[in-house]
Design a protein around this ligand. Structure first.
Ligand code: MN
Length: 424
């Protein structure tokens, strides 16, 4: 299914009168309105290939309908999202769930939807059919060098797939760790991991980055070998200039100050980018901004401040990706909501009066500092974000158009109601 431009234009025509009224209201009070809109127009958020189907919990999975049954259909789904919001112009593949059989054909298909390939992700957290050695007790950290070698070779394979598609980064997330005290030697596990990563790093093309993702706990519940940003940064620093720390919002212990982590990683030039999602308790993989929109704003506030301090291009300097799962909502609708929440937080962060905030900080004016941040957060910028979409030819209200067009019903007619997307 493809959404034709005239369908989007018609949808916009129906909504444009009210929209213009809201935009004019904002223009009167926001002096850098045009600057913010221009930055939003360029901002793209990658969609992970594993988020297009229904996820599950460890208690079960309730099948969705019309799910993409192969990589081509996943690209079609991201194409639908991108047509609706013109902010989802990239796809992040998970190997081996989505191995491109014919890279050129897959690349052409993506291009036809205006999509490029973002970071490729390796998977050594589960065993694949016919796999020689098991990752039950870890992969890059494993006590057996043969298991480590197998995991290293898999990562090199993933880089090759990425090169063929035009990706520029490899994301490594490990489930490695231990569930019981005494199960492993922390230092040896870390050093094995470092040595394995060094082997993979050697195979990184010179214009590629390695993203090292950390996670506090789960699936291991006593220790994770790359558990936090300190351990990831340690590895990235030892590996070299092409290695960076990736922040997944759900991978922290409760109430961690993620905005502070982001600020310091940016200062060190070691922030790779993000996996966006939201959570109440742990790695809940909920829609971005669904539970803690203020935290998302505070993170973006540090991002904007830190990127500007180092002269980093907002749109291309870091990797912006979603990493979420959908147990209740339609995955496509959920992803539209996530992208919208991310753009909203970014827009609000661009609205912060940086000069006034700096002055308040210098004068220890705590009241003024809070006022400045909350003034930006409490400004309703929905019309501004919509204006950026309109100028790119996207829908003023993507969720409404998605619903009105009965996209899921049409996909179900095409694909049937029992297809299952590869993934978790
Ligand atoms: Mn992640």
């Amino acid at each position: 299914m493809k959404i034709e431009q005239h369908i989007i234009d018609q949808h916009n025509q129906d909504l444009v009168f009210k929209h213009v009224k809201n935009v004019n209201f904002l223009k009167e009070s926001i002096s850098n309105f045009e600057e913010i809109v221009a930055k939003l127009q360029k901002f793209q958020i990658a969609i992970p290939s594993w988020a297009l189907g229904t996820g599950g919990t460890r208690f079960g999975r309730f099948n969705g309908k019309g799910e993409p049954g192969n990589l081509e259909q996943k690209i079609e789904d991201v194409g639908l999202l991108h047509a609706l919001n013109k902010s989802s112009g990239a796809i992040s593949l998970h190997i081996p769930w989505d191995i491109p059989q014919d890279a050129e054909k897959i690349k052409d298909l993506a291009t036809s939807y205006g999509l490029v390939f973002d970071a490729v992700n390796s998977n050594t957290f589960q065993d694949q059919p016919n796999q020689e050695l098991s990752y039950k007790y870890g992969s890059l950290q494993h006590v057996n060098p043969a298991v480590r070698k197998q995991a290293v070779e898999h990562n090199i394979e993933v880089i090759k797939h990425g090169v063929a598609l035009g990706s520029k980064a490899l994301t490594v997330w490990l489930a490695d760790g231990s569930s019981f005290p005494g199960q492993l030697n922390f230092r040896e596990a870390f050093q094995n991991t470092l040595e394995s990563l060094k082997e993979i790093y050697k195979h990184l093309p010179s214009d590629w980055k390695m993203f090292i993702e950390y996670k506090a706990f789960e699936p291991n519940f006593y220790s994770t070998t790359i558990a936090d940003w300190g351990q990831s940064l340690l590895l990235a620093n030892k590996l070299g200039d092409q290695a960076y720390t990736l922040v997944d919002l759900g991978h922290h212990l409760p109430n961690a100050n993620i905005e502070q982590i982001v600020s310091l990683l940016l200062m060190e030039g070691k922030l790779a980018g993000f996996h966006f999602n939201d959570s109440k308790y742990a790695d809940d993989d909920l829609t971005a901004g669904a539970v803690k929109p203020y935290q998302l704003f505070l993170i973006f506030s540090e991002l904007v401040e830190g990127m500007d301090a180092r002269g980093i291009d907002h749109a291309t300097g870091l990797g912006w990706m979603i990493d979420a799962s959908h147990n209740l909502k339609d995955p496509l609708a959920d992803l539209l909501q996530s992208v919208e929440a991310i753009k909203m937080a970014y827009a609000q962060a661009l609205l912060v009066d940086r000069k006034a905030l700096k002055k308040a900080q210098q004068e220890n004016d705590v009241v003024a500092a809070q006022e400045i941040l909350q003034d930006a957060f409490r400004t309703d910028l929905r019309a501004l974000v919509a204006e950026a979409r309109l100028r790119e030819g996207a829908a003023l209200n993507p969720i409404k158009l998605f619903t009105d067009l009965k996209v899921r019903e049409k996909l179900t007619e095409e694909r049937g109601d029992s297809t299952v997307a590869t993934g978790l």
